[in-house]
Design a protein around this ligand. Sequence first.
Ligand SMILES: Cc1cc2nc3c(=O)[nH]c(=O)nc-3n(C[C@H](O)[C@H](O)[C@H](O)COP(=O)(O)OP(=O)(O)OC[C@H]3O[C@@H](n4cnc5c(N)ncnc54)[C@H](O)[C@@H]3O)c2cc1C
Length: 437
Amino acid sequence: MKRVRNWGRTVAFSPKAVVQPRRESELVGLIQRAAGEKQPIRVMGAGHSWTPLIETPGYLLRLDNLQGLISLQPSRSEATLWAGTRLYKATRLLWREGFSLANQGDIDQQSLAGAFSTGTHGTGKAFGVLATQATHYRFIDGKGQIHDVYPDADPELFSALQVSLGLLGVITQLTLKVEKAYYLHLEKRVIPLEEALENFSHYLDTYRHVEFFWFPYSDRVGLKLTQKSEIPGQTFFLKRWVMDGLWENGAFWVLNKIAQYRPESSPALCRFAGRNMGEEVRIDGAHKIFATARWVRFREMEYGVPADAGTEVLREIDKWIRRHQPAVSFPIEYRYVKGDDIPLSPAQGGDRVFIAVHAYHRMPYEAYFKGIEEIFQAYGGRPHWGKMHTASPAYLAQVYPQLPKFLSLCEQYDPQGVFRTPYFERLLWGERQAVSV
Ligand SMILES: Cc1cc2nc3c(=O)[nH]c(=O)nc-3n(C[C@H](O)[C@H](O)[C@H](O)COP(=O)(O)OP(=O)(O)OC[C@H]3O[C@@H](n4cnc5c(N)ncnc54)[C@H](O)[C@@H]3O)c2cc1C
């Protein structure tokens, strides 16, 4: 049996079979067969989630053969793509046709459906989770029926599909609102943490996308301010590869290796890294500015907290770190996401500040993540579904008021629980343990 691992090396399992269908009709047959055999199905995008969302003892579907642009509707600024299309492929295909995505996260390796289904986000006052760009989904439910779903015709099902964790069925196609191709002007500054926190709302009002990286123990942050540029620009591939890839990631890898073997040096290493983060100004095609290279493997936990609590939560994290002195060698990321009304979106009901803590994958992380998670939960934070967390079903039910509505749609579209694995039974159905596959 083939062993499957995720990017973060936090999930490893042996499914009964890995299947890579080429047509929707094959998927229909497969879902019906799995239901008959009582074998749970999960779909894997790029395996870039840290939580065991893709783990199954049954069939693992990979949609790598269902990639590419299906159609463009330039008059409506919409594009329909196969759900398995990787983000880097989608953005290049769109760029060639004169379009860009309105917003992206900080890597582009994920599949469209995988990124959308977990509430993946970028940053910016005007931008919600990536799934808010969707205007249509085609999916195959647990009975093998194909549905085309539009927000006007079926708003409840549509919003449930936007962040569905693959529990309603297999998404095969999605239509996105796109923008005319544009360039972004990126400015990276190193400034004091206090200044970043004090001015964050001003930056949000002034720039299209804003975020910062803060090395614990340090008083500096690497601030990223991004604006649309009327002037085109381009950084040559080799220069980007050497600067962003080889230099930034290479130096960072060395730092993490030192921390791994000399954990007591972590505070000094963080202060050193904080002082030496690079500053730069660059203009490039939007998709090339959004996406960064992540060559050093890590674990991550991220919660979205109510936007007005963001500063306070970060100060609490700072206090916790200074009190407990964990061996950390990765920065903390601070972003902003516009609120929405998607039942399972971490930004449901209002704007959220997303704070992410990371740990080098070869270093202990449990006590650090646990301590910070308690702070997140004290402020009613919601975990990113694809990133590490230990939120209980009771806690999730409390912070996701529309969870019952979502679960009843799961019962309706997947009555046999074909897409439900023990992980999801524990995570969302909690005590009920109604494993029907
Ligand atoms: C290095 C790195 C950087 C990251 N950066 C960000 C970031 O900037 N912002 C952010 O918010 N997140 C970020 N993430 C998290 C990541 O975006 C999410 O975990 C995302 O879900 C991964 O997409 P994937 O294609 O790998 O999906 P997978 O992890 O393979 O799957 C995710 C979920 O989607 C479901 N799914 C996949 N395809 C389908 C389909 N066709 N139909 C139905 N369900 C489907 C799966 O079953 C699963 O439940 C990052 C992760 C990594 C490893």
